[in-house]
Write a protein that binds this ligand. Structure first.
Ligand code: UGA
Length: 460
């Protein structure tokens, strides 16, 4: 710990992706942390120092936290009772019967926490929720004298530890609201309607994040609803950017232009910037797809039809990238892929992750398989997850075994090992030199020079 920071006693409720990384990060900052989850298997793994998912840097930090004595895990919510600050990090998946978020876990976690709260306790909601959820939780907490703040998390899988320890910004939503944008003086960032308890709660969050604030991380203090919306809006904007570029790729391809050059030129405009402009088979994972659907569902409830329609279009462009690639592969084989040997490189929704939730790569492999293609799928990290969820898919561990005798190669996740394939070496293994680069991550010139028919997304 640095400066005047003093360690806090913290509980993290829900040890999924977000909660695990947050608990580890809080312990790394010097706080005393107990991570709590109802999943006993997960808690045993964590307590034994084993990260339950692939995340660079996490195993080392987890081990260090456990070794320091500042980090422990439990299935018993009563172990949260000694904490002053409770971060609620449970999942808010898409509901089984529609697009809205399923809030069962967040309300269950709050109810379970109620008997262990006291006046002065602070609950910080980190889960991604539809706007209005925090106000409902705050109502339930009122009799305990505890204070609710909303503190959304923006970490990315594959960079989760770094994002947690060095965030781009910290957002704290409080009942009573924040000051006008621009007024960020320490201690002055709480609106006039805020009371002493709210000020104390913001003070506690400032202590939790003291090291980051000392390093100049921007802090935005606002009202509960705005804090909830910031997270949804950030993911909606990122998803919109990706679908916008995929829409441009469609036009570029039809016009004989090239999306990579277009993206590069757009990215130099400082109002646009270079990130999140990569066209391809689109976004997936446990966040962006379900978050834009939940955001649209909530917007519809609130009577905001246009935002819902915008995000429905973003979603449909995104899903169209997957079906579009399958259609292009089928067209390459004269309309029928049955019996064709197709190598799919990548299963995770993005590199440096073993997460296959809503993965474009998996959707494409499954659809080719359904159409009768002989698909072999490989991935450096995600194969155990694929094997347990999709036993119908045939998996290969080495790149050479995957490529051997393939009539067509599909790059579905841009892992470094796929970007770095030597096209001349790969050419010796396959039956046909045809590659569909679903992530525009290969060097088209060298693949073409090695005799490959190269097909990218939005490229000539
Ligand atoms: C996303 C957000 O980036 C995080 O800020 C947020 O905290 C997180 O969701 C969440 O809500 O928890 P994540 O799902 O880990 O993080 O992944 P991203 O790095 O955003 O990538 C999402 C998808 O977009 C991937 O499938 C990726 O391949 C795709 N993508 C990304 C593109 O197709 N093109 C791009 O230019 C960028």
């Amino acid at each position: 710990m640095t400066g005047t920071t003093k360690p806090l006693s913290i509980s993290v409720i829900g040890c999924g992706y977000l909660g695990t990384v947050h608990a580890v990060a809080m312990a790394a900052l010097g706080h005393d942390v107990v991570g709590i989850d109802i999943d006993a298997d997960r808690i045993s793994l964590l307590a034994a120092g084993q990260a339950p998912f692939f995340e660079p840097g996490l195993p080392e930090r987890l081990e260090a936290g456990l070794g320091s004595g500042r980090l422990r895990f439990s299935t018993d919510i009563a172990d949260a009772a000694t904490a002053d600050l409770h971060f609620v990090c449970v999942g808010t998946p898409q509901a089984a019967d529609g697009d809205a978020a399923d809030l069962t876990a967040i309300f269950a976690a709050t109810e379970a926490l109620l008997p262990h709260l006291r006046a002065g306790s602070v609950i910080a909601g980190k889960s991604t929720v539809p706007v209005g959820t925090a106000a409902r939780i705050a109502e339930r907490l009122e009799p305990t004298g505890a204070t609710l703040v909303w503190n959304p998390e923006f970490l990315r899988e594959g960079r989760a530890v770094a994002d947690s320890l060095s965030p781009d910004r910290i957002v704290i939503g409080v009942a009573g609201g924040g000051t006008e944008p621009g007024d960020r003086a320490p201690g002055a960032a709480i609106g006039p309607a805020a009371n002493g308890a709210t000020e104390a709660a913001v003070g506690m969050l400032r202590s939790a994040y003291a090291r980051m604030l000392e390093l100049g991380t921007p802090l935005v203090v606002t009202d509960l609803a705005t804090a909830e919306l910031v997270k949804g809006a950030a993911n909606a904007y990122l998803a919109t950017r990706i679908s916008f570029m995929n829409a441009m790729a469609d036009v570029a391809e039809r016009a004989g232009a090239d999306i990579s050059g277009l993206a590069e030129a757009l990215g130099h405009d400082e109002r646009i910037g270079p990130h999140y402009l990569r066209a391809g088979i689109g976004f997936g994972g446990g966040c962006l797809p379900k978050d834009i659907r939940a955001f649209a569902a909530r917007a519809t409830e609130l009577g905001a039809a246009s935002p819902a329609a915008l995000l429905a279009t973003v979603d449909s462009i995104n899903l169209g990238q997957r079906s579009g690639l399958v259609a292009a592969i089928a067209a390459h084989f004269g309309g029928d892929v049955a019996g064709r040997r197709i190598a799919v490189l990548g299963a995770a929704f993005k590199p440096e992750s073993d997460d296959i939730r809503d993965s474009p790569a998996i959707d494409i492999a499954l659809e080719l398989h359904r159409r009768g293609a002989v698909v072999t799928l490989t991935d450096p990290a995600a194969l155990p997850n694929v094997a347990s969820r999709y036993p119908e898919l045939s998996l290969t561990h080495g790149l050479a075994d995957t490529l051997r005798d393939a009539e067509c190669v599909v790059v579905a996740t841009e892992w470094p090992e796929y970007r770095e394939i030597d096209p001349a070496v790969a050419a010796e293994l396959v039956a046909e030199r045809t590659v569909f680069d679903g992530r525009n991550c290969l060097d088209r010139a060298s693949w073409s020079a090695a005799g490959w028919l190269y097909r990218g997304i939005g490229r000539r």
